[in-house]
Design a protein around this ligand. Sequence first.
Ligand code: NAG
Ligand code: NAG
Ligand code: NAG
Length: 276
Amino acid sequence: MKLIITLAVLAVSHAHIIRPACDLISIQSTIYQKEVLKENVSDPYQMAIDYNTNTLFFSYSAANPITEGDVFEQAYLNLKTNEFHIISGIIGGFAATVDNTNHKVYLGGRNGIYAFDNEADKATHVNPNGYSIWQLFFKDKLYYTAYPQERAYTFEGGNSIIVPELSDTMVQLVALDNDHNMYFSNSSGLFRLNKSDKLIVQLGEYTINSFTADINGNLYFSTPSGFYNIDNNKNVHQLVDVDDVFGLVVDGDNNFIYGSGDKIIRLTPTTKKHCF
Ligand SMILES: *[C@@H]1O[C@H](CO)[C@@H](O)[C@H](O)[C@H]1NC(C)=O
Ligand SMILES: *[C@@H]1O[C@H](CO)[C@@H](O)[C@H](O)[C@H]1NC(C)=O
Ligand SMILES: *[C@@H]1O[C@H](CO)[C@@H](O)[C@H](O)[C@H]1NC(C)=O
């Protein structure tokens, strides 16, 4: 289909100079340069950064030669050297988060949570018989959501506990701000649970596919068509329209890194003004 559209466009515009796609993008009056960090990773999803080691964790879809279907696998990319490693020992690895204070990386798969030791390149299953993990988010403790339950839990001292205030509601993704207000999404949109009065308010009908905190705990999220942030006054802002987004993170230098199609792309501020 894409090929047909491309050919049609070429046919119409053959008399003009054909320009390559623009590699600049403007976000809140700053111009960023696109740089492909990794290609040929299908649907790069559920990303997290270990700010201590400058490592990006993510999941992607890989073909399963036995079932001939797709399975989720996880990998990491060294953001300095672009070295790429596939993580083994996790069944259906999908979710990732980092406790950047205690230098701990957590990964989630089809049967629970794993602690990942970067130096030993080894994943240890920390809750045998756990639920299938949809998403992980570290704040004061480890939070996660499970599928097909669509509920939010904490995991602490070896125990999973449902988040009491959200025990009656569907939760797909969860995140906490620096005041420990809890943000969560489900198929109805984005909601905030106020830490002090426990009231839940709807913030919008976004179709959220990733939630992330930058190195200072500021929250960002993505939908398939754009990036958003939540400011200090707890208001949501759309930052930019981007096509085909699977997930977003913000690196230690405030560059955006996102998964799109079969690529992982970094957006770095540039002084360039035009594509040419
Ligand atoms: C990506 O995959 C295509 C098709 O399989 C292949 O031709 C290309 O060399 C790959 N690129 C990289 C950087 O691995
Ligand atoms: C999503 O969460 C809100 C707030 O708890 C709830 O009112 C709504 O019913 C939930 N949507 C679904 C599809 O469960
Ligand atoms: C949370 O509730 C408290 C008490 O009602 C209120 O003062 C505060 O502004 C609320 N925070 C948000 C983010 O709505």
